[in-house]
Design a protein around this ligand. Sequence first.
Ligand code: PLP
Length: 465
Amino acid sequence: MSVPPTGHRPQPPSVDRVLNWSTITALAEAHGRPLVLEAVRDTLSRCRQGDIPCDAPTIATAVDDAVRAVLAPSLQPVFNLTGTVLHTNLGRAPLPPEAIAAMTQAASGASNLEYDLRHGRRGDRDAHVEGWLCRLTGAEAATVVNNNAAAVLLALNSLALRRRVLVSRGELIEIGGSFRLPDIMRRAGCRLHEVGTTNRTHLRDFADAMGDANPALVLKAHTSNYQVQGFTAEADEGGLARLCHEHDIPFLVDLGSGTLTDLRRFGLPAEPTPADALAHGVDLVTFSGDKLLGGPQAGIIVGRADLVARIRRNPMKRALRCDKVTLAALEAVLRLYADPDRLAERVPTLRLLSRAADSIADQAQRLQPIVADWLGNEGRVDVVPVHSQIGSGSLPVDLLPSHALRLQPAGGRNPGRSARAIAERLRQLPMPVIGRIANGAVLLDMRCLEDEDRFRAQFMELSRP
Ligand SMILES: *Cc1c(COP(=O)(O)O)cnc(C)c1O
């Protein structure tokens, strides 16, 4: 018989014994035995290491917490109060209800995704959106892939494999760290041929390179997240298109954030559209589905039918294609563009971008006392004018007047650290609130707060004594 070691912590029960406790059996019935077994083993090993006490109630609670932690959804909704409307890390464009309904339907059962109902034979998944894309951009043909990075990669690989591609030195862009044009070019199997200088590239630089480099393609990238200012020059799109046609070389423009409408109708600064580019004689344009268009993540290629056909024949198209749920959402969003007068109310991205500064200020005033109650004596909350950004590389220097709640930490020697502590508390809320830190305070830009009731309810719930 072994003597229980005196003065030591009690030995934890066996795994089998814990699994037989009624609370734990109930947990296994609700959530499945494997998860609960894993949680029991982990919990008992924490007991043995002395991390938690070994009594039955503590173990039962720890197992329950562990199971719940594993089951909690990883992808969860947050309030985007960063002031960046199209925030890549927060999922970019919110979708309209029409798109969500179409996605649910496409996801729920079989559809004619690649089936031609008229002739009863295999069809093309692009067919569901190509008509709309052509109507809205004036293109002859269109195809869609997973995202715009994929669209650029596929277009380069289809039209210029092992050949040279001319790009202005001022446009060798990096977007969000992982999309760098020279890298994409290499991975697409193309040879980058730089033209001009960082600040100035002229049409004659391209004309000279046409003769020397024997290029397969000319690429122009919309410098969407920065501006070159001062002594600058770029070859104009129309002139470059004519030059390309004289030499029978396709001209591709990567527009990034292609808007399908004139943003000036919403009081926003003008942004080049795919329709403008095609009207200038550009052969192919690529742009994102989830930037200013306000749709799902997708990369859209529009332009000349013969070039789009070459892209479709590339086996890489199969690897980069988008799924039925995305196509359903994209079709639904494109349909909303049929009525340009109602876009600002129906496409959430455009609705948020066109929100009037005073309506944002009113909302901030309404919520100020509620957030101030929640913050208590940790700091003060004021309504302050700020500027929002469009984000995702759209309209880099144009800022939209907006209003924010400024959560200013009370005193303390390190206001930066206190602001970070407030930001962390906001991130730990049931529906995390993501703001930004500026000058030792947390700013919550109200531009993107549409579900005011949910925001209010969460803060009132938590400030209740
Ligand atoms: C955003 C952007 C991309 C990348 O698009 P994704 O849809 O994020 O893949 C490429 N080029 C430009 C000019 C962009 O602005």
